[in-house]
Design a protein around this ligand. Structure first.
Ligand SMILES: Cc1cc2nc3c(=O)[nH]c(=O)nc-3n(C[C@H](O)[C@H](O)[C@H](O)COP(=O)(O)OP(=O)(O)OC[C@H]3O[C@@H](n4cnc5c(N)ncnc54)[C@H](O)[C@@H]3O)c2cc1C
Length: 406
């Protein structure tokens, strides 16, 4: 990328690692570096209050929690987060459980992303004394292909342009960040997949109506129910791509959720105020390789997986764990093997999760596609994982992320 063009008004600083973005990926990298006494600076465009409240993911795979626990980053999760061991398909008036813990020995932790981010910021900034700068603007990486990269940004309090020299840039700035755009087109490929549908993502101030995730497979479209806390539930409704949330007044939302999720004998859905209502464009992408010169992408900055199988946050953590360890090995011992192997090691799991997410998407979206062949195939896929122990085991392993680094 470019050498800084705009003059910086304060003296340049120096640190081994600049981390762009304070989501789960960036904060995990920062925390692990701090624990190893490797200095870093985290740059974040939003405020601390904003990132600690931004609602998104809710499910952590057990391997991810164990890995955070080993690094002192999961005390509150392990102490208090509820666990999930199965989910339920509802279709054609039937309810069928999918007991993935019984099949794999592993479970999910239900831990909303804002809680994880709050824990990670507190640990990084307040406990480990990490340097984090909120509200920065116009972040620009420079000279990534040389030995002396740097990152410039505008400081919110003074409007000054500042420059931080570093050895490495960790691009953890999510799907809309700047670091991914620093990869030259001739260096990286971006593989994309569009599901051709939208999901209306809803947060209801209402207690969960089931002890587990419910996946409703319905000719009018998929509907999902996911606990977030005893007071809050996430719901999804499959809608047309590009649909406008304004087309979905609360009465229409609840009527459609009841229609798609109701089955005889099931507890009725508990309604409540809808505090989030937005349409997600259901698409996936993978950037390969995830590195360029001294830039290492992690999490959604490198790959996006539509929230069909609850994979994005888990992948962000997987990348972050590998990247932090690789950076420490290099800075401490000059061992660059982790950095050289980083992209390949991440992408093995990324592609397994992408493929599983796409497989599940077709099961969920096929019946409402208007295509009789896709609908029939989707129902065959559903029956197979419910009725064949071998098929169920394979899907359960992918769902919980067990042994998926092939
Ligand atoms: C509705 C919804 C539900 C989801 N459910 C699940 C789920 O159940 N399970 C799951 O695993 N995943 C889920 N995900 C996906 C998950 O939220 C993401 O994969 C995860 O947030 C990725 O973490 P990250 O750190 O890579 O990126 P982010 O969390 O996006 O963090 C990136 C950070 O960088 C900051 N930033 C952006 N641009 C810049 C810049 N130029 N300079 C500096 N900072 C910048 C952003 O403000 C942000 O704080 C869901 C996503 C959505 C939208």
């Amino acid at each position: 990328m470019t050498t800084p063009t705009s003059p910086t008004s304060s003296p340049a600083e120096r640190t081994p690692v600049v981390i762009v973005g304070a989501g789960p990926a960036g904060l995990t990298v920062g925390n692990i570096l701090r624990a190893a006494s490797v200095d870093c600076v985290v740059l974040e465009t939003e405020s601390r209050e904003f990132i600690e409240r931004r609602p998104r993911a809710g499910f952590l795979e057990e391997w991810a929690v164990r890995a955070l626990e080993r690094r002192g980053l999961a005390d509150r999760i392990v102490a208090g987060a509820p666990t999930h061991t199965e989910f339920e398909f509802r279709f054609g008036g039937e309810r069928r459980q999918f007991p993935y813990t019984e099949l794999t020995g592993h479970h999910h932790y239900v831990y909303p992303q804002p809680l994880l981010v709050t824990d990670l910021v507190r640990e990084y900034a307040d406990v480990r004394g990490g340097d984090i700068r909120f509200g920065v603007r116009d972040v620009e990486p420079h000279d990534l292909d040389g030995e002396r990269p740097s990152v410039s940004y505008t400081a919110p309090e003074t409007g000054e342009r500042r420059l931080v020299h570093c050895e490495f840039v960790a691009g953890c700035d999510g799907a809309r960040g700047v670091t991914r755009t620093a990869l030259p087109a001739e260096h990286a490929t971006v593989a994309r997949h569009d599901h051709g549908v939208g999901w209306l993502a809803l947060l209801a101030e209402a207690p969960p109506s089931s002890d587990c995730v419910i996946l409703g497979v319905h000719p009018r479209g998929f509907a999902g129910h996911m606990a977030r806390s005893p007071e809050v539930t996430r719901y999804y409704l499959e809608v047309s791509a590009g649909d406008d949330p304004a087309n979905w007044p609360d009465e229409r939302v609840w009527s459609e959720l009841h229609a798609r999720l109701a089955v005889p004998g099931a507890r009725p859905l508990t309604e409540g105020p809808l505090v989030e209502k937005r349409v997600l464009d259901m698409h996936n992408y993978v950037t390969e390789p995830m590195t360029y010169g001294r830039l290492y992408l992690a999490g959604d900055a490198a790959h996006l997986v539509a929230p069909i199988a609850a994979k994005g946050m888990n992948l962000a953590l997987h990348d972050a764990l590998l990247l932090a360890d690789a950076l420490i090995a290099y800075v401490r011992k000059g061992d660059d093997s982790g950095l050289r192997g980083y992209s390949d090691a991440c992408l093995r799991r990324v592609w397994q999760y992408q493929e599983f997410s796409q497989w599940l998407a077709e099961l969920l979206h096929g019946p409402s596609s208007g295509d009789a062949f896709r609908a029939g195939s989707a129902m065959a896929r559903l029956r197979r994982i419910l009725d064949s122990p071998a098929a169920a085991s394979t899907s359960a392993e992918l769902f919980i992320g067990k042994d998926t680094d092939h």
